[in-house]
Design a binder for this molecule. Structure first.
Ligand code: G3P
Length: 214
């Protein structure tokens, strides 16, 4: 499973890349707004350091406007993936961009039917938001299972990015289901790594090492 960082924070991205486990980055307007920087300079800064796909979201609400934004962003780098919301205008955009070989990430997916339509329109990725489904007492991971089953039934090549990941269990379940990508906030990265028995084990090894003649 590929790991994307779900952030627009350059320091977090740099650290993640240094850890050697980041395959790409996803951004959205809320994440960009948190950084307090100009949109295009920030996106260019991120693209320059990420050795893989970077999702950049369009904000126009009509197909013509979204396509105009998408074409401008796609010129920045081959690694740019255009994030498009799932709706009728979004489907038109995905179709048009896929004909131009511009990669797309269809976002705000909350149902299997939305994912299937996005894939049929030619989306490179779909992003189901598991955490937000859990937030309203649903089961986000069931959505991932359903989409994975449907894509498998028809050998659909669109990749599933598990998004709105909130904790390590989302990450592990994504891998068990066989999702292509999990995009995770930086704060979740260390939670994936931490284990109290690892810390206790390290402490004991170092203490015992002090007793060894050197
Ligand atoms: O980038 C989209 C998604 O991951 C957002 O997550 O935590 O705002 O629901 P969240």
């Amino acid at each position: 499973m590929k790991i994307f960082l779900d952030t627009a924070n350059v320091d977090e991205i740099k650290q993640g890349i240094e850890f050697g486990i980041v395959d790409g980055v996803t951004t959205n307007p809320s994440l960009v707004a948190k950084e307090g920087k100009g949109f295009l300079p920030l996106i260019k800064e991120i693209i320059a350091i990420v050795p893989g796909p970077v999702s950049v979201e369009v904000t126009a609400t009509d197909a013509v406007g979204m396509i105009k934004e998408a074409e401008e962003y796609a010129k920045i780098s081959e690694n740019v993936v255009i994030k498009v919301p799932i709706n009728l205008e979004g489907l038109k955009v995905i179709k048009k961009l896929s004909e131009q070989d511009i990669k797309t990430n269809c976002t705000l997916i909350f149902s299997p039917s939305q994912a299937l339509l996005a894939a049929k329109a030619g989306a490179t990725y779909v992003s189901p938001f598991v955490g937000r489904i859990d937030d309203i007492s649903g089961n986000g991971m069931e959505l991932i299972e359903d989409i994975a089953q449907i894509f498998d039934n028809y050998s659909i090549e669109t990749e599933i990015i598990v998004a709105s990941v909130r904790h390590p269990l989302h990450f592990v379940q994504s891998a068990l289901i066989g999702a292509d990508v999990a995009t995770i906030p930086f704060s979740t990265l260390s939670k994936l790594l931490n284990h109290p028995l690892t810390d206790i084990g390290m402490e004991k090894f170092l203490k015992d090492w002090e007793k060894v003649a050197k």
